[in-house]
Design a binder for this molecule. Structure first.
Ligand SMILES: Cc1ncc(COP(=O)(O)O)c(C=O)c1O
Length: 406
């Protein structure tokens, strides 16, 4: 049997929605994007939602809107996908990496220790879909002692008057944070990735959820960012294509990262079924969790703590007592049985580009420790019981094989 790691969920409804877009005469940003933004906004109860062509471009757009520049710092975890830190570099600031906790998520203590007067934003990442502690992080940036050291260097920073909290919610669409609010509405800005392997996909895409405090108007910021996603052109392509609507102006240094309607159609059709798709993911997670909880060598990943609940994006299994070499050997054994697994994540300081920038893995021992014994198992709604059994069997066998060699 061959089990892929994370195939997209494409059913008849998705194909019909895409066909509808293709046949409508309008394939780039238009009514489908508008409908997806509205659906996401209602689902999360966010102030406003802007769809763009990736998480990465959404984060660059947001940090540019915040006005970060050379000399500014943005705190990110060392344990994440490269885009979290690359977006900071693209926006012209410095990623300040900090270590994580046992639950894979950014350490609150490490955030506190890393804050300086140059800190302009914090990007916590909901690893595997398990939300960070946003109540604590939002509380921290509003502490008197931290606000008094904040040094704004742009009009937006001036208006905010404190560090911005930007949730890398790439994995966590549908997760619930401690406050009972969904990720997407539990800090200033949250960005979902709608990339092909995510719980909801538009092939490539991202959704920026705005929940800025007063005096910001989320609707006004949405309009500004939308314009910035379209080269800072005062008219989008749809308005410009109407009879007599040709004149426009370019009023700033924008990006070109809008989401096309043909992509939004995929996400829209999936999102209509998301309650069901999410509960099927949860079932797969629960199955794996109940089996591996009985193995003394397995560490089952966190999914809920009575207040928070994951979006069950990944099943990030860790193997007690294993290091990188045994983990790699275990993956080879699993692959030999036709099951595709993955590792989330290679900590950024282990990647050449970041190492060359001077980040050192020795400074992030918990990130390294989680990485060295982590294996992400296949988890998606269409994974059948038979496939789940086969994947579990492959993992069990692989562990026995490798443990016997120790
Ligand atoms: C934690 C995290 N952040 C950001 C991204 C980037 O998302 P995108 O590919 O939509 O730019 C990913 C993608 O895998 C991710 O896993």
């Amino acid at each position: 049997m061959k089990i892929p790691f994370s195939p997209p969920y494409i059913d008849r409804a998705v194909v019909e929605e895409v066909a509808d877009s293709l046949q409508s005469g309008w394939i780039t940003t238009g009514p489908k994007v508008g409908a997806l933004e509205e659906a996401l906004r209602d689902f999360c109860d966010a102030g406003a939602v802007l769809c763009v062509n990736s998480w990465t471009s959404g984060a660059i757009l947001t940090l540019r809107w915040l006005g970060v520049q050379a000399g500014d710092e943005v705190i990110v975890p060392a344990y994440t996908y490269c885009a979290t830190a690359l977006a900071v570099l693209h926006a012209g600031a410095k990623p300040v990496m900090v270590d994580v906790e046992e639950d894979f998520n950014i350490s609150l203590q490490a955030i506190r220790a890393a804050i300086t007067p140059r800190t302009k934003a914090i990007i916590p990442v909901d690893i595997a879909g398990y939300p960070c502690d946003y109540d604590a992080i939002m509380g921290m940036v509003q502490e008197e002692g931290i606000i008094s050291r904040f040094t704004p260097t742009s009009p937006v920073q001036e208006q905010l008057g404190r560090i911005l909290v930007l949730n890398d919610a790439a994995h966590s669409i549908g997760a619930t944070a401690r406050s009972g609010r969904r990720t997407g509405a539990c800090c200033d800005v949250a960005i979902f990735s709608l990339h092909a392997v995510k719980n909801v996909t538009t092939a490539e895409g991202g959704a920026i959820c705005l929940n800025l405090p007063e005096p910001f108007s989320n609707q006004a910021v949405y309009a500004t960012m939308r314009m910035h996603s379209l080269n800072c052109q005062t008219k989008d392509a749809f308005s410009k294509s109407q009879a007599g609507g040709w004149r426009y102006d370019i009023v700033g240094f924008g990006m070109k990262c809008n989401m096309p309607d043909v992509n939004a159609a995929i996400g829209l059709a999936q999102f209509r079924q998301y309650a069901d798709l999410l509960s099927r993911r949860k079932e797969v997670f629960a199955r794996y969790a109940s089996v591996f909880a009985r193995c003394d060598w397995a560490i089952v990943p966190p999914a809920h703590d009575g207040l928070r609940e994951s979006s069950y994006h990944l099943f990030a299994l860790r193997v007690r007592g294993f290091g990188e070499a045994q983990r790699d050997a275990m993956i080879d054994e699993i692959a030999r049985r036709g099951v595709a697994v993955n590792v989330h994540f290679i900590p950024l300081p282990l990647l050449s580009y970041f190492r060359e920038l001077g980040y050192r893995i020795e400074d992030y021992p918990r990130a390294y420790d989680s990485y060295a014994r982590e294996i992400s198992l296949p988890i998606y709604p269409q994974l059948t019981r038979e496939q789940q059994d086969y994947a579990i069997d492959a993992v069990m066998h692989a562990y026995k094989e490798v443990a016997a060699r120790l």
